[in-house]
Design a protein around this ligand. Structure first.
Ligand code: SF4
Ligand code: SF4
Length: 271
């Protein structure tokens, strides 16, 4: 059974489209194996769009065409406490050893940079111990970037990965066959195959919360305001203002995936 974070709050079902079960997953997995992945060619963006349309939240419960979400991280505010990682794990039942969001500590010296993320930063960070003289160190929270041009969605052979109209990249745990194509396609390491569900999982910006007007759990608990969640369709939104004023950067912008997770004060050492 998919973790609760993968479940949309109120879903419309498509009576013409039977719900895929384990048998279908096995069939597709076998077919993929036998065809060497040729099914990828059969599933383009249209399959993902069709799935997104089928899964639109009920219009009376939530109007997803009235929102367009984005996320903002101020790296100068992160203190590496790990509260966000713990909150995410608890909220989304993330298996031990896997992370939907994680914190990296960069330790920079004159000639080298050391990056570490013990237990995803879940337990915080101890004293810096590197074999060189550090000139600076800082923390960088990371997660799925909810890209607009999504390699993970494009490679999914069954349309289980999709982008919602309000800008959230999701995985339908009922359709996912666990082939891990999306895990390999994501250049940010944001996805994993859950040892519990055997399907792809990742950050959903706590979609089950935001569609109820709540903030993602990581944003809710961050004691310094390093993490902000915004709605680009609201004129007075601080995240929208930061983006409009061109004060933000994204990770690996040269890959042209159009991340919707933006960073303030991103150090040039961050990759
Ligand atoms: S960060 Fe990775 S998983 Fe998230 S939308 Fe981009 S490519 Fe997909
Ligand atoms: S809760 Fe905030 S300050 Fe603490 S590690 Fe996460 S982003 Fe950084």
């Amino acid at each position: 059974m998919a973790p609760k974070s993968n479940a949309l709050p109120v879903l419309q079902s498509d009576p013409a489209r039977p719900s895929p079960g384990v048998g279908r997953r096995r069939f597709l997995a076998d077919a993929l194996r036998l065809s060497g992945g040729a099914l990828v060619l059969l599933a383009g963006g249209s399959a993902a769009e069709a799935l997104a349309a089928v899964q639109a939240p009920h219009p009376e419960a939530y109007r997803w065409d009235e929102h367009l979400y984005a996320y903002l991280i101020d790296t100068t505010k992160c203190i590496g406490c790990g509260s966000c990682v713990r909150a995410c794990a608890a909220e989304n039942q993330v298996p031990d050893g896997f992370y939907r969001t994680w914190i990296e500590r960069y330790v920079v010296g004159m000639e080298q940079t050391h990056v570490e993320s013990p237990n995803g930063g879940k337990d915080g960070f101890g004293p810096i111990q590197v074999g060189f003289t550090a000139t600076k160190s800082f923390f960088v929270p990371k997660m799925c970037n909810h890209c607009r041009a999504t390699p993970c969605v494009q490679v999914c052979p069954v349309g289980a990965s999709y982008r919602t109209k309000d800008g959230v990249v999701m995985v339908d745990g009922e359709r996912c066959i666990g082939c891990a194509y999306c895990v390999q396609a994501c250049p940010f390491g944001s996805r994993f195959i859950s040892p519990v569900t055997h399907t792809a999982e990742k950050c959903t910006w706590c979609y089950h919360r935001v569609t109820k007007g709540l903030r993602p759990a990581c944003v809710e608990v961050c004691p310094t305001g390093a993490r902000q969640f915004g709605d680009l369709k609201r004129e007075d939104d601080p995240v929208r203002r930061a983006i409009a004023q061109d004060r933000v950067e994204v990770l690996q912008g040269h890959l042209l995936t159009e991340p919707q997770c933006y960073y303030l004060h991103l150090d040039k050492e961050v990759r």
